[in-house]
Design a protein around this ligand. Structure first.
Ligand SMILES: Cc1ncc(COP(=O)(O)O)c(C=O)c1O
Length: 398
């Protein structure tokens, strides 16, 4: 009780109704309160904890690296093995020519770096994104929240970046608005906060083609879709489209804070001259975070979690789709939006979930659907039990 009061008083608040569930410990697919109540975690920190909470291989990597060395020097000067080894592993798993990794601390920072890189490389200023896109909350990343939906968050903070326009996701005709003025097009290959929206067949390929025609860089934001969530380590592999730059964060750090943008060595080299130090960070690529991320990524690959994500997502879909309260399920691998169609029902469901020990939430642009994005390590038995609890809660809705 005292801790909750202090939380509200001293930890800066941005929500009028935080969940206020106190966490004592977390393990696998669940976390626990000091009273010993278990919560199935269907958010996983918004697709962060892909290898499960407190995965022993990640804990060990953190402990070992923390004991060896933590922060030593600002980014890009000293040779730090965890950083180098992780960058090499990411490059191995990404399609060519994506091989040069710039590590940062968060998703928004990765987007900032990618936008700056595109402007610097092309010498152009126009930036394009899509409606209902979410790329982060710093000024630059926020500028890329699509209009008009993004205005709810952007309006109070203008002026933001100039020369930004937003297109309709999946509208092939609007691709002609990408021109020789365009520095970059930023897109989530599968839109997350829009409420899990798949790209239409051929849309990402058409986008790639248009960017090539006009010399604009194509930037994929795989901050939410990366590291196995959609059925491949990276969604760009799943959709067969290679961007010029890819932004990574969330699961990149295996539970530790880490972001990155990755490009070809040729494009990335434009940050090292005219001016030098084209992007600067103190903590980016922190050795403990890189060690944790590498351990987590190796775990995903070794256990084939990315390929199993598809079947696990399908299992959730199959066990919930026929409930009379469920209007639709939108899904990419193990990222699901369960559509109820009415916000009031969803708010009530969240209360019922809290009582029953299920942690879910809605999406920034979609408050009529709840999120299912558990750790990729969730077992079939856990999925069954979880869906039983979810169905009991859905039964209690009017
Ligand atoms: C697709 C996408 N891009 C960027 C971000 C921003 O990441 P961060 O909160 O680490 O800045 C998010 C966070 O939810 C996201 O989902």
């Amino acid at each position: 009780m005292i801790l909750r009061k202090q939380f509200l008083q001293h930890v800066a608040q941005t929500s009028p109704s935080p969940m206020l569930v106190e966490v004592e410990r977390a393990e696998g697919s669940c976390f626990y309160t000091p009273e010993g109540k278990r919560y199935y975690d269907l958010v996983a920190g918004v697709s962060v904890s892909n290898v499960g909470h407190c995965n022993p291989v990640v804990v060990e990597a953190v402990q070992q690296q923390a004991a060896r060395y933590m922060h030593v020097m600002v980014y890009g000067e000293l040779v730090e093995a965890p950083q180098v080894e992780y960058a090499k592993r990411i490059a191995e798993l990404l399609p060519d020519p994506l091989e040069s990794v710039y590590f940062l601390n968060s998703g928004a920072e990765a987007v900032e770096g990618a936008l700056k890189l595109a402007k610097r490389y092309t010498g152009r200023t126009e930036l394009i994104s899509f409606r209902r896109a979410y790329h982060g909350s710093t000024h630059g990343a926020m500028s890329m929240m699509g209009t008009p939906e993004g205005e709810e968050w952007k309006a109070a903070f203008r002026p933001l970046l100039p020369d930004v326009q937003s297109l309709e996701f999946n509208d092939f005709e609007q691709l002609s608005r990408i021109t020789t003025r365009t520095a970059a097009v930023l897109v989530e290959p599968l839109q997350g906060e829009a409420g899990v929206r798949q790209p239409a067949k051929g849309f990402l390929k058409a986008l790639r083609k248009r960017c090539d025609e006009v010399g604009a860089l194509l930037i994929f934001d795989e901050i939410q879709t990366g590291f196995g969530r959609t059925g491949e380590i990276f969604a760009c592999v799943k959709y067969g489209v290679t961007p010029d730059v890819i932004c990574l964060a969330k699961a990149l750090g295996g539970g530790m804070p880490l972001g990155a943008f990755v490009s070809s060595s040729e494009i990335m080299s434009s940050l090292s001259h005219s001016p030098v130090l084209g992007h600067i960070t103190t903590f980016g690529g922190h050795p403990v975070c890189c060690a944790a991320g590498l351990a987590a990524l190796n775990y995903i690959v070794e256990k084939d979690l990315h390929h199993k994500a598809e079947a696990k997502g399908a299992m959730f879909e199959c066990l919930l789709a026929d409930h009379p309260q469920v209007r639709e399920i939108r899904r990419g691998g193990l990222l699901l939006a369960v559509e109820l169609g009415v916000p009031e029902k969803l708010y009530r469901l969240m209360e019922l979930f809290k009582e029953a020990g299920v942690m879910s939430d809605w999406f920034l642009y979609c408050d009529t659907a709840f999120r299912i994005s558990p750790p990729l390590t969730i077992s079939e038995m856990e999925i069954e039990e979880c869906c039983e609890i979810i169905r009991e809660c859905l039964d209690r809705l009017d």
